[in-house]
Design a protein around this ligand. Structure first.
Ligand code: ADP
Ligand code: MG
Length: 466
């Protein structure tokens, strides 16, 4: 494809929208955007498949926003996502893309969140609704959400929504949408159920798939042969040798995740597990700590890690070989994003060699094997520790805490520098702030004896910073 063909300026988008994309650093379309946007902007139904991290959100969001009439205070587009986290990510992205235009209201409707706030946001008028199927249905049956003016329905992460058993809910929502709407379906994989779903609600959808391959050379892939009872210990050796600051380690089962975290923690690493059945609050805490660099290793199953947008991931470790070669490609595609180099390390035992063969076939090249024995711990650099630690402050959006209040408390009265404070994430009831690991204990102490927004607050250090 020529350079010209992937410029956003080739699309029928308004000049302020193009300027905003430039400001966001979106200089060229990703392949899935280049393939989808002309179809979506022309108003056709679309089934688009591309790996996680390929920019699918903007591929539908720009189409929704192009058609939106800001002066009309009705819900004109509806995006369904499998989980609250994904809905939150999509909302953030749509708001970023929408900021070129007049006041566009994007409202998130997910379960596990109080209804009251959602009801009042809807009553104030929403242009775009993003949410999970169950809660959207709930609002439809209460009459708090009306879809008469809807012109676009998006099913995001459709494969995952099917996995989670949302088929009936999706069908029920689709039945309540106007018939002459556009329907856009996005998915990382293309399981059989998708075609059935499409047949039910879509009109002559165009189908677009972007190759599952990654740019050659951007991700360094290495394989190591292990015996089964040395597998978990080998993960620690990889970490000590390569010393990645953030690693996503994939296991095939929840039990393997639990076992690995236990082994890594015993070896002195900062590791946390993410699996499907964690409570939302626990999940939030795990993700916050990983994203703000106060946890080195996130151990997850494929289902749990699906769709998470984690920037700056130096390494992916495949602790078990996945039976599905495409899943392997999705796993390693988490690293080496946005021009950075990535490292994909995979462990395989003799009885997994058949699976390795399938992956080689799909990738179209042989895998590069290295002996575990060549891994030397970089001992003189000390143990591999995350640079930051997380403080949890009791009090969040509900208490009108803003990032500036927390930063102000730490850099003002408490006397720390701006550089010692990292990411600040504010949830409904809690605030998480990353601080330089070396000052974490002292920062927790000074915050809890001082004031945030004129009030004294409860502060807890989440990591062990001995
Ligand atoms: P997906 O839904 O395919 O997993 P996302 O829509 O979450 O992917 O996008 C992944 C990341 O890429 C996001 O951080 C997003 O801001 C960024 N991104 C999307 N499109 C572009 C682009 N054209 N140029 C640069 N970055 C982009
Ligand atoms: Mg997505």
């Amino acid at each position: 494809m020529t350079r010209h063909a992937v410029d956003f300026a080739t699309l029928p988008l308004a000049p302020p929208v193009l300027a905003n994309l430039q400001q966001l650093g979106y200089l060229q379309m990703t392949p899935i955007q280049a393939a989808s946007l002309p179809v979506a902007l022309a108003g056709n139904d679309l089934i688009a498949q591309a790996k996680t991290g390929s920019g699918k959100t903007a591929a539908f969001a720009l189409a929704l926003l192009a058609r939106l009439q800001p002066r009309r205070f009705d819900v004109q587009s509806l995006v369904m996502c499998p989980t609250r986290e994904l809905a939150d990510q999509v909302t953030v992205e749509i708001r970023r893309l929408a900021r070129a235009e007049e006041n566009i209201k994007v409202v998130t409707l997910c379960g596990g969140v109080a209804l009251r706030g959602q009801l009042s946001s809807l009553a104030h008028g929403a242009h775009v609704v993003v949410g999970t199927p169950g809660r959207i249905l709930d609002h439809l049956s209460r009459g708090s959400l009306k879809l008469e003016a809807l012109n676009a329905l998006v099913l995001d992460e459709a494969d995952r929504m099917l996995d989670m058993g949302f088929l009936d809910d999706i069908a029920a929502v689709a039945r309540q949408c106007p018939k002459d709407r556009q329907t856009l379906l996005f998915s990382a994989t293309y399981p059989e159920g998708i075609a059935k779903l499409a047949a039910q609600f879509m009109k002559n959808p165009q189908q677009i798939a972007v190759e599952a391959q990654h740019e050659e050379g951007r991700i360094r892939q290495r394989w190591y042969e292990v015996v089964d009872d040395g597998r978990l210990h080998a993960v620690g050796r990889l970490l000590k040798h390569f010393r990645p600051q953030s690693t996503l380690a994939f296991c095939n089962t929840k039990q393997q995740c639990r076992d690995l975290v236990e082994v890594l923690q015993a070896e002195g690493f900062s590791a946390l597990a993410l699996f499907g059945e964690l409570e939302q609050r626990e999940r939030d805490q795990v993700l916050v700590q990983f994203a703000n660099r106060s946890c080195s290793v996130l151990v997850a199953t494929d289902v749990a890690a699906r769709g998470l947008d984690i920037a700056q991931l130096e390494a992916v470790i495949n602790v078990d070989v996945t039976p599905d070669a495409e899943v392997h490609i999705h796993r390693i595609g988490r690293t080496g994003r946005a021009g950075a180099d990535g490292l994909a390390l995979s462990l395989a035992s003799l009885d997994e060699m058949g699976r390795v063969g399938k992956i080689e076939q799909l990738q179209g090249r042989p895998s590069e094997w290295h002996p575990l024995a060549e891994l030397a711990a970089q001992d003189d650099e000390g143990p591999l520790l995350p640079p930051m630690a997380t403080l949890q402050i009791a009090g969040g959006r509900k208490d009108k805490i803003r990032a500036g209040d927390v930063l102000g408390a730490l850099t003002g009265e408490a006397g720390f520098t701006r550089e010692q404070v990292g990411k600040i994430s504010i949830n409904e009831f809690s605030t998480y702030v990353a601080v330089d690991r070396r000052i974490a204990r002292e920062a927790a102490h000074r915050l809890s004896t001082g004031r945030v927004k004129g009030r004294s607050v409860k502060v807890r250090l989440l990591a062990d910073v001995a």
